[in-house]
Design a protein. Structure first.
Length: 241
């Protein structure tokens, strides 16, 4: 066999399975009411801010901030209120008009509880979203994956049609992609609202570097930025592949 050649299956052997399928375009028109669950201020903007901006042009979007955003007590006093105000400003730039719901769970130390699940279930019951955005189940940040799993436990018994996992610290196995080129400036300005977080990381370049890479999935030469999601139904929301 020549060097570098791929061996053919022997008689009786099956063809090896292929790789991960390419993500398909997400049909935004099927969203009627959207809930966005954010562990910390800035997660929603970096993870799915472009898609939020596209959706908010036509439908109601409700954001939920799970933790108090105080940096696990390691940041200066007043940081929680500052970051909440930054999140409010960012969401307004993205076109969200509903006030953010603040759950004030401890930043850096989120622990699933019956109380958290009951509060989230009540929000879902009251708002009646058909789509819910949640951080990826295998995200590297402990708050992110713990909140994702606790949320998934609530969503598994809901009437929500689509659960859309978004990526923050950890790239996910994308099933769907959204071209956000038309709202990229909106998203960039929204990320810049999170001045507290930007003191500790170059999140603008990191976010748009990832969005630029994800644009390869959109079959258009005009596309420069895209966001991707792993889309699940409540019945299979715990699946990670």
């Amino acid at each position: 066999m020549a060097e570098g050649a791929t061996p053919s299956p022997q008689a009786g052997e099956s063809e090896p399975q292929g790789g991960t399928p390419l993500p398909v375009m997400l049909d935004l028109a099927s969203a009627r009411r959207v809930l966005v669950i954010a562990p910390h201020p800035d997660d929603e903007t970096m993870g799915c801010g472009g898609t939020i901006a596209l959706l908010a042009k036509h439908i109601e979007v409700q954001a939920v901030l799970v933790t108090n955003g105080d940096g696990a007590g390691e940041l200066p006093p007043g940081t929680s209120e500052t970051r909440k105000a930054e999140m409010t400003a960012a969401l307004q730039l993205l076109g969200v008009t509903r006030p953010t719901i603040f759950l004030d769970e401890p930043d850096g130390h989120f622990a699933d509880s019956p109380a958290f699940r009951a509060r989230l279930a009540k929000i879902i019951e009251d708002f009646q979203p058909n789509w819910v955005f949640v951080p990826w189940l295998l995200d590297s940040h402990p708050d992110h994956w713990r909140i994702a799993r606790a949320s998934c436990a609530v969503l598994a018994g809901s009437n929500v049609e689509k659960i859309l996992y978004y990526e923050i610290w950890t790239p996910l196995p994308a099933t769907h992609v959204v071209d956000i080129t038309s709202v990229a400036d909106q998203k960039r300005n929204a990320v810049l609202c999170h001045a507290t977080a930007l003191k500790y990381g170059n999140y603008v370049e990191a976010t748009f570097g990832l969005n630029a890479y994800r644009s390869i999935y959109v079959p258009s030469r005009e596309t420069r930025y895209a966001e991707v999601f792993a889309v699940r139904t409540p019945a299979d929301c715990t699946r990670t592949a």
